[in-house]
Design a protein around this ligand. Structure first.
Ligand SMILES: [Fe+2]
Ligand SMILES: [Fe+2]
Ligand SMILES: [Fe+2]
Ligand SMILES: [Fe+2]
Length: 400
């Protein structure tokens, strides 16, 4: 079934405003919800936050009052969508439980994108990043067991494995080495542009979340771990945002944003298991179709080009949350010792990397190392969830 969002009719903009009753969505059931429903909610919240912030930045560069007013109207709807989406979360989760869910999103969304990405350079960027968020999941899960005395499988179920990835303390690179080469907007496949926007938005929301919630904990190790991983999410946003061609005009960027919102709502509508949540994805898709039509008008007027020249002729295969265990195990066994040098990847610790490590560690162990030792001391073991057997790297086996 082909679906070309440029050919579909959405809800007129002046019919998109919701009152309090309509915005008061029924949250998902905290005990019985599919973990991947929560992953879709978190993903779409990241996408809507990016829609709002991108629109604000565009408006700040826009000298024309009429255009600013138009952007404000669309942005208000994006802000309502963000409320409806994020308020689907049921409100019982602790900060750390939400954190573990965010890292599950990072793992299974990035792994899926890596599997689907046609461009080898871009694919490498996702493969590189996913092994780091995979390790964050392990570190936070140990913190969770230690301070909340619960197990992370309560959150991720058996869908995502939890064990060491590329060790978190080795993610601290010189910022210079976090900048990648961008795709070329004239030759990149449309799906590559959508992938880059999606992962950039997800990582940006994780970065924002950690910088705000980290100090809500009193335990010193928790405060320190959020500082450490918060800084790595800054590196991840740098890594992923630099994949986007900065030569795209503001109107082309707007068009890509709205198209990506259509793509993701359509994807999640097709794959959602919770009927009430599916209704929200469908409603928002119908709003986004109109946002896309309006963005296409602006693109034609200001760039003098046809949207068909830059967008896909039909929606690509739906973005799907599903286990990526075998794929991740394969990456662990081949890429765990990668780091970056300039815009490429190497397997040895180079001088600039070592200097950054020394400056940041100050002769001490990183919080991400201490949290595992501390949990071993408190719980008698470290926390892992290895559903598919022992760790693919022998030296990282649990019973070594
Ligand atoms: Fe939106
Ligand atoms: Fe992470
Ligand atoms: Fe990340
Ligand atoms: Fe939109």
């Amino acid at each position: 079934m082909t679906f070309n969002p440029l050919q579909e009719r959405g809800i007129p903009l002046d019919k998109q405003l919701r009152n309090w009753r309509e915005l008061n969505v029924t949250p998902t059931d905290p005990d019985h919800a599919d973990p991947y429903t929560r992953c879709r909610i978190i993903t779409m919240n990241g996408i809507e936050v990016e829609a709002i912030m991108f629109n604000h930045h565009l408006a700040r560069h826009c000298p024309d009052t009429d255009l600013k007013q138009h952007l404000a109207r669309v942005r208000y709807i994006e802000a309502q969508q963000q409320k409806a989406v994020n308020w689907l979360l049921p409100g019982l989760a602790s900060v750390l439980e939400t954190t573990i869910a965010y890292e599950q999103v990072a793992v299974d969304l990035t792994a899926w994108v890596a599997r689907m990405e046609p461009d080898p350079y871009l694919q490498q960027a996702y493969q590189f990043g996913v092994l780091e968020d995979f390790d964050h999941l392990y570190r936070y899960s140990n913190l969770y067991e230690m301070i909340e005395h619960r197990k992370a499988e309560k959150i991720v179920d058996q869908l995502t494995e939890i064990m060491p990835g590329r060790p978190t303390y080795l993610h601290h690179r010189n910022p210079v080495d976090n900048v990648r080469e961008p795709y070329d907007k004239t030759t990149a496949a449309p799906i590559s542009k959508l992938h880059a926007l999606t992962i950039m938005s997800a990582e940006q929301q994780t970065m924002n979340f950690y910088m705000n919630v980290g100090p809500l904990y009193m335990e010193p190790i928790a405060r320190q771990l959020y500082q450490e991983i918060g800084l790595i999410e800054e590196e991840h946003v740098t890594h992923y945002e630099s994949l986007v061609d900065p030569g795209e005009s503001w109107w082309e960027m707007l068009l890509n944003h709205e198209y990506n919102e259509c793509y993701l709502y359509h994807s999640f509508m097709e794959t959602e298991s919770d009927p009430k949540v599916k209704n929200i994805w469908e409603l928002h898709l119908n709003m986004e179709l109109e946002h896309l039509r309006l963005a296409a008008e602006l693109f034609k007027r200001h760039d003098g080009r046809d949207p068909e020249q830059v967008l896909a002729p039909e929606l690509p295969v739906p973005v799907t949350f599903e286990p990526n265990k075998a794929y991740l195990r394969e990456l662990l066994s081949t890429q765990i010792d990668y780091t970056t040098l300039g815009t490429g990847y190497v397997q040895e610790a180079h001088e600039r990397f070592e200097q950054m490590q020394q400056a940041l560690m100050g002769g001490e162990k990183a919080p991400s190392e201490r949290v595992i030792e501390d949990n071993r001391a408190v719980s008698g073991h470290e926390y892992r969830l290895q559903t598919d057997g022992e760790h693919p790297i022998t030296s990282l086996a649990a019973d070594r």
